[in-house]
Write a protein that binds this ligand. Structure first.
Ligand SMILES: [Zn+2]
Length: 418
């Protein structure tokens, strides 16, 4: 059922390493010839194309943020000098900024790995509720579905009533789009007098563009019998990672190199540490090396039981701007939410201060427990926090129930950098 998209997904050890090294070296050499922007970056740093021979060598180059890309594209429209203007570009997408993104050809298997892993196949009729208008989403997801043989209904941004009608009339078996839009469709169906689970055949959904909350996932799977999958990408670089049937971490696509980077130094971080997702898409048209997505994630240890050998991301912990760095480690709001769920909605607040040259992290827990029960709770919290956030708490203080209301922030940064 869940066979692989191609043999690259099971490439291991030296073979895998050599495949990526070879491709990154080829892209650097080709890019130096064809992209004026890349040539400038290399020359300014005194890096020669043959200095980039391995994936690790990418660290010799700077990361390029979204705002940096927009600026370069304004200076040198339309592609900021990152694209070979003589290439056979199939289509040009735009995203807010604006950023202009040249795409190679519909043969490119963008998103196909994600749909394959989610079990979409020939015979499926899939509602594609991603927008087709100007942005890369609709057409590239469409292409991915076609690569695994599914039939696509390009419903795009049509209203929920029309989506329900399509699901009913065309006996749609799958959905791709955002989770919240599927929920609106389900609500609309109920309003129109349908029982979504009983009357319709939607059995599978692949979500992108927004996080799938665990509670919503449970609802889709348990109430409506829809097998759900997440996929992750960025409009500038295409598909990046996806869930397999294990639904425990995201496999990195075989056409991209993902680095987890310390945004301050541009250097790679070790496994398990939260950092910025930096992506290089291996291709011969758009020579955007080391694109910094602004998303936070970490590499997961170990290998996946599904048999795919690619490295895995732990999911997206949030945006760089929303996270707080404590003793060099990012702590993101989503991690705190996980912690709260783990403790049945326990209210807590973290306070970061600076004492001497060290960050001090205090936690306030809302509890009425005392004695052994309190000691047990603080000890469990301490351990769970270190596991989820990889940072150690310095002190834990109980506060009476009602101290931390809904509008009290779960993280307060009182450090002054003056
Ligand atoms: Zn897997």
């Amino acid at each position: 059922m869940h066979e692989f998209f191609d043999e690259k997904e099971t490439l291991t050890g030296k073979d895998r390493e050599e495949y990526f090294n070879r491709r990154v070296a080829a892209m650097a050499a080709q890019g130096y010839e064809r992209s004026s922007a890349l040539r400038k970056i290399f020359d300014e740093r005194g890096v020669r194309p043959d200095d980039i021979r391995t994936v690790d060598d990418l660290q010799k180059l700077p990361v390029i943020s979204r705002s940096g890309l927009i600026e370069l594209q304004m200076q040198d429209p339309p592609f900021g000098g990152f694209s070979d203007t003589k290439a056979d570009i199939d289509r040009i997408f735009t995203s807010p900024g604006p950023v202009y993104e040249p795409h190679l050809s519909p043969d490119d298997p963008l998103w196909a790995r994600a749909y394959q892993a989610a079990g979409f196949r020939r015979g499926d009729i899939v509602l594609n509720a991603f927008s087709y208008h100007m942005v890369a989403a609709g057409l590239t997801f469409h292409g991915g579905l076609r690569h695994v043989g599914a039939t696509v209904v390009p419903s795009g941004s049509s209203g929920t009533q029309q989506q329900v009608q399509l699901i009913r009339d065309l006996k749609v078996t799958g959905y791709t789009g955002t989770p919240s839009f599927l929920m609106s469709i389900i609500d609309k169906a109920a309003e129109m007098g349908h029982d979504f689970a009983r009357d319709f055949s939607v059995k599978r959904a692949s979500f992108g563009a927004e996080p799938l909350q665990p509670s919503m996932r449970r609802l889709f799977e348990e109430e409506y019998g829809i097998d759900t999958y997440q996929m992750y990408g960025a409009t500038e670089v295409g598909d990046i990672a996806y869930e397999c049937r294990e639904k425990n971490g995201w496999h990195i696509c075989e056409e991209v190199i993902v680095e987890i980077v310390d945004p301050e130094t541009g250097r790679n971080l070790p496994e398990g540490e939260l950092g910025e997702v930096v992506v290089t898409r291996l291709n011969s048209v758009f020579f955007l090396l080391r694109f910094a997505t602004g998303d936070l994630s970490s590499f997961m240890p170990g290998s996946c039981p599904c048999g795919r050998a690619s490295r895995m991301l732990s999911g997206i912990a949030g945006r760089l701007g929303d996270a707080v760095k404590i003793r060099g480690m990012f702590v993101a709001p989503s991690q705190l939410k996980r912690l709260s769920l783990l403790f049945d909605g326990l209210r807590f607040q973290l306070v970061v201060t600076r004492s001497g040259h060290r960050d001090h992290l205090a936690a306030r827990l809302e509890t009425s427990a005392t004695g052994d029960a309190l000691r047990e709770l603080t000890s469990r919290f301490d351990t769970a926090f270190r596991e989820i956030c990889t940072v150690k708490i310095d002190s834990i203080d109980p506060v009476p129930a009602g101290t931390l209301g809904d509008d009290v922030p779960s993280m307060v940064d009182q450090r002054s950098w003056k």
